[in-house]
Design a protein around this ligand. Structure first.
Ligand SMILES: [Zn+2]
Length: 106
């Protein structure tokens, strides 16, 4: 090993988790303090723990329920509805510009 470029190695470094679990490992730091370890991480414990911000889970469940009661319309139908709405908008706009033109002419 080249001299002066390697950090001090601790073959018996202590890992301390916030849950109280400790073990030793090799590290360049003598003590490692961690928040999660294999003893307390939800993935390993199988515990259902989620951080639900702004009720996103609840919202999803509501959508899921709604979808089961009333399934989504077929794509063809959705497309037809959208085109109808768009046609109506264009018509309205055309009517507006026509009235504006007649107003400026007068
Ligand atoms: Zn832990």
């Amino acid at each position: 090993m080249k001299k002066g470029i390697h950090p001090q190695y601790y073959p018996q470094a202590t890992v301390i988790c916030t849950c109280g679990n400790t073990w030793t490992t090799g590290s360049t730091k003598p003590v490692l303090r961690i928040e999660l370890c294999p003893k307390c991480h939800p993935f390993f414990t199988g515990e259902q723990r989620i951080v639900d911000t702004a009720g996103q889970v609840e919202r999803f469940m509501r959508r899921l329920e709604k979808a089961q009661v009333q399934p989504r319309k077929k794509k063809e139908e959705r497309r037809r509805k959208r085109l109808e709405r768009r046609a109506l908008l264009v018509e309205e706009e055309a009517a507006e510009t026509a009235s504006e033109e007649s107003a400026s002419e007068a």
